[in-house]
Design a protein. Sequence first.
Length: 290
Amino acid sequence: MIRPSTDLPLSDDPASRYLPWTVGLLVFLATLSLAAGMILSSAGENWRRSISGTLTIQVPAGPDQQTSAQSAIDLLRATPGVDSVRRISDGEVATMLEPWLGAQVSTLDLPMPVLIDATVDSGKSIDIEALSTRLSAVAPGTVVDEHAVWLRRLTDLAAIAETVSLSVMVFVLISAVMTVVFTTRTGLAIHSDVVEVLHLIGAHDSYIARQFQVHTLWLAGIGAAAGFALGAGAILVLQIYGARLSGGLLPDIALSGLQWGVLCLMPVAAVLLVVATVGVTVRRVLGRLM
């Protein structure tokens, strides 16, 4: 790529030499922040779709456990608003406990509760307290776990984390603007004599502003491309290694094609913001000098 030439010796500015590094770092941080926000948003939506509208019933261990479990299943199936009822097999329960008790959990003689999954019809509500009372009557000690209660807390936490990550992205972009303003003012101060000569021969402020913008476009473009490449690489590495940990309630560290498309707009938006900031800064500074 050929570096564009300008009438001002801007390439000799000490401050401008650090602009690609600064823009690259800020784009890197903004890319990670935006990706984190989108991942958390997708995770919250997945949690809502997969868990909302479900109940888990635990029948404690005891001599009459099997009879109590069947009585609870019959009561649930007869309850208006319950769409489906399924008893979770002992093998599934053992698989759930393996991360905590080890692979030999199925051979341990543990008092395991019977777990029952119940799905509630969409648009219908069930009095959980009344249902718990009725279940306790036919299966003493039964516990009803309404996922909606802690799901709401979980999604609220994800929403807060999403807001924080997006706020970090905004602050990063604001930092980029402030850095560019400082760099541009420094360049104008260094080349004040050349700018004055250009004014004397008839150059307008818009022409001088374009000189700075062309120079900044080159530097910011290099920095933004490098920063985005590093950010995208970091996301891909996290996506590969995160696939081994994801599952259950842990969010999938993955982005959809649409989300990658939005993410690819980050370096473009950053460069446009930087170039626009340079133009506004040059015009305002020169306007005060005239």
